[in-house]
Design a protein around this ligand. Structure first.
Ligand SMILES: [Zn+2]
Ligand SMILES: [Zn+2]
Length: 232
């Protein structure tokens, strides 16, 4: 550690985004303990990526997923939860960059998707975007596209109207709520294009599902979904 770094560290100690302990010099976002809790999700359903029961997936059974494949890097644990929280509210650029590196490692190791043409984020509603100032899914898709040479279109999918915040609704209400919440940006031709949709968390899959429905209706090719974590 040089003198300047030591000085800065004394007055502005860097803390782990997972556990808030002080970081060592060589640690960037997480301490080595928290980092070791980030394990790629394996033993999963080939279609939806759920680790529930890969051979007879209950999640696929109770949903009509439109996407060809969905994958999540990690299951939810405290470290992942804290990272995603910080991604939404504070250190978005640094954390998106950090997670982007994990995504490129994941894609290299598992190669889950074939011949992707376009990468696009799930959009945030304008009102929320204005309040928060940015879309965390867009930060993620951008930081992934830095590593991989796919065409990044941040505004491919757009919100059609305000959809109430989803947390208070049950599953059926959610599905109804998002049914025509999105439009495809008419500036872009998506016919036969393979598209990867990026979001931070896969919860019920209803939001991405309605996006995928719309993409299929507009004759997209294969549609994939990638999230950092999954809660299902
Ligand atoms: Zn930690
Ligand atoms: Zn499944």
């Amino acid at each position: 550690m040089n003198l300047l770094t030591a000085f800065i560290d004394l007055f502005f100690p860097r803390i782990c985004f997972g556990c808030e302990n002080r970081l060592q010099e060589e640690e960037k976002i997480l301490c080595s303990n928290c980092e070791s809790s980030l394990q790629f999700l394996t033993g999963i359903c080939e279609i939806c990526g759920s680790p529930e029961n890969p051979s007879a997936c209950p999640v696929c059974n109770s949903n009509e997923f439109i996407f060809d494949k969905a994958r999540s890097l990690f299951s939810f644990n405290a470290t992942v939860q804290n990272l995603i929280h910080e991604l939404k509210y504070n250190e978005m650029k640094r954390i998106a960059k950090y997670l982007g590196e994990y995504v490129s490692k994941y894609l290299y190791l598992f190669q889950p998707f074939e011949n992707i043409d376009i990468i696009a984020p799930v959009p945030l509603h304008k009102v929320k975007k204005r309040a928060r100032g940015f879309n965390q899914a867009e930060f993620l898709s951008k930081s992934i596209s830095v590593h991989i040479n796919w065409w990044h279109i941040p505004n491919l999918i757009m919100r059609n109207r305000f959809t109430d915040t989803q947390t208070k609704l049950d599953r059926k209400q959610r599905q109804e709520n998002v049914s025509d919440a999105f439009i495809i940006n008419p500036k872009f031709e998506i016919k036969n294009k393979n598209i990867l949709i990026v979001d931070d968390v896969f919860t019920t899959g209803s939001t991405v599902n309605s996006i995928c429905k719309l993409l299929k209706k507009n004759h997209a090719g294969r549609i994939y979904v990638l999230t950092i974590a999954r809660a299902l």
